[in-house]
Design a protein around this ligand. Structure first.
Ligand SMILES: NC(=O)c1ccc[n+]([C@@H]2O[C@H](COP(=O)([O-])OP(=O)(O)OC[C@H]3O[C@@H](n4cnc5c(N)ncnc54)[C@H](O)[C@@H]3O)[C@@H](O)[C@H]2O)c1
Ligand SMILES: N[C@H](CO)Cc1c[nH]c[nH+]1
Ligand SMILES: [Zn+2]
Length: 436
């Protein structure tokens, strides 16, 4: 049952609890498991991957099965319908068109005294994509991760994904990977896959950056491994927060809540509304739509633990509560969504108006669906081309410019107790060492 809350203080507490659901005490024992998995893969390589795949995915693999073979990749095309291939290709075009619009560009600026400053963008050498595959297959996530990497011109893009039942990865995932130019695919999921990409094993190459969403184990592994390797963001169990007024359709609102809840028992689905009738209708509609739901058990779990309806007195209050939650997806199902937009400060992706279900963004609109969750939208953003790039600062000084700045540099260096810093400037300008 989706609960309805009317008290602001209670709503704030509940929203905090839901936001923190991936870090509360009950989850901490999972962190211990993940730490052990990371250490064991670091020490034992492929042997550990096979061990954990048997333990967590219940699949017994041989070392040569870790890498998906060319014949399996070819066969995948025979196993997807023409309609599915067309949809994958359409989504790929839309995602590529969106991501090509804002490719970071190197720049230089010429200032006074022949000073040149700038930034030079370069791709990472090797990227590793995590494509989830525990409770659903995600060909859309392949595209959302591989296409920005390709646009960034990353020379080598590899992918990991859970082995699937009977060692068979969903063929749509394999087709999407080929359409998007992934060079190698490895049959391993969970924290062990993240460890393999971060440390490298006999079969899987060590990468420079790991991107892609995943469940709590994957997300904890990314958090713990950061620094050994770059990561995109903490894109964990999905969440949606919908702000709706009396004009919203309860049938659509309920469907949009369930569309995120069905991802994971740890998914979150929240409605904040100014209309108490809508609240009751959505509550009834969620119950109705769950009746024949093919993923009823897990969706009901998410709704029961991390589902919520809050009734508020104004859209301003709704925006304020939403900002505190910082949702992965925010839907504005209100008559004037653009008017409320300037009050929204934190959200991974914002869907405006009643004809924009979040699923449009999951599959086809073009913006990336790999988004920060559990409050990370307060400081992080959607995956993008820039995730696969870094920039080097460019600085060139003439002797005139150096002479002008020499005094200030030496004073700062002395204040920091770093005499050689001061010398490196003084020797070029006056020719005396600090000891002279
Ligand atoms: N935020 C985003 O951008 C975004 C996008 C798409 C999907 N998602 C999320 O991705 C997740 C996909 O989850 P999933 O489970 O379907 O697939 P997944 O691939 O993320 O996780 C499956 C893996 O988890 C590991 N695992 C399962 N139980 C374990 C246990 N008890 N101990 C240790 N490891 C264990 C297994 O090795 C398995 O391969 C969902 O939470 C979904 O909401 C998020
Ligand atoms: N809603 C997910 C991000 O939380 C992305 C997705 C992929 N396929 C379906 N949905
Ligand atoms: Zn989704």
């Amino acid at each position: 049952m989706l609960r309805i809350i009317t008290q602001q203080a209670e709503a704030k507490n509940e929203l905090r609890r839901i936001c923190d659901r991936t870090s509360h005490d009950g989850i901490m024992h999972k962190e211990a498991t993940v730490r052990e998995v990371l250490q064991t893969v670091k020490r034992q390589g492929d042997k550990a991957l096979l061990h954990y795949t048997e333990e967590f995915d219940h699949q017994r693999l041989t070392p040569d099965q870790l890498r998906v073979s060319g014949s399996e990749l070819d066969a995948a095309y025979q196993q997807v319908s023409k309609e599915l291939l067309d949809a994958i290709q359409l989504a790929a075009q839309q995602i590529e068109a969106f991501h090509r619009q804002r490719v970071p560009k190197s720049w230089v600026q010429f200032g006074d005294d022949e000073v040149v400053l700038g930034k030079r963008y370069t791709p990472v050498d090797r990227a590793g994509l995590y494509v989830p595959g525990g409770r659903a297959a995600y060909p859309s996530t392949v595209l959302m991760n591989a296409i920005p990497a390709k646009v960034a011109k990353v020379p080598q893009v590899v992918m990991v994904t859970p082995p699937g039942l009977e060692q068979k990865i969903n063929p749509a995932v394999l087709v999407a990977a080929q359409e998007a130019g992934v060079s190698n695919i490895y049959r391993v999921g969970g924290a062990q896959a993240i460890a393999a990409l971060a440390y490298g094993t006999e079969t899987i190459p060590k990468v420079d950056v790991i991107t892609g969403p995943g469940n709590i184990y994957v997300t904890l592994a990314k958090k713990l491994i950061y620094g050994t390797v770059g990561i995109d963001s903490l894109a964990g169990p999905s969440e949606v927060l919908i702000i709706a007024d009396s004009h919203a359709n309860p049938v659509y609102v309920a469907a949009d809540l369930l569309a995120q809840a069905e991802h994971d028992p740890l998914a979150a689905a929240i409605l904040i509304t100014t209309d108490s009738t809508l609240a009751k209708n959505v509550q009834a509609e969620v119950k109705h739509q769950l009746q024949d739901h093919p993923r009823r058990e897990l969706t009901e779990k998410a709704i029961a633990h991390y589902g919520l309806i809050v009734i508020v007195d104004s859209l301003e209050t709704a925006a304020e509560l939403s900002n505190e939650f910082a949702p992965e997806h925010l839907e504005l199902e209100i008559t004037e969504p653009w008017d409320l937009l300037n009050q929204i400060r934190h959200a991974g992706a914002i869907f405006l108006g009643t004809s924009t279900p979040e699923a449009v963004g999951d599959y086809i609109a073009g913006p990336n669906h790999t988004l920060p969750t559990s409050g990370a939208a307060r400081y992080a953003s959607a995956l993008g081309v820039e995730t696969f790039m870094k920039h080097s600062s460019l600085i060139q000084y003439s002797s005139t410019a150096l002479n002008k700045m020499a005094g200030a540099i030496q004073i700062l260096a002395q204040a920091e107790g770093l005499p050689s810093h001061a010398d490196s400037v003084r020797l070029r300008t006056f020719g005396e060492r600090h000891s002279d």
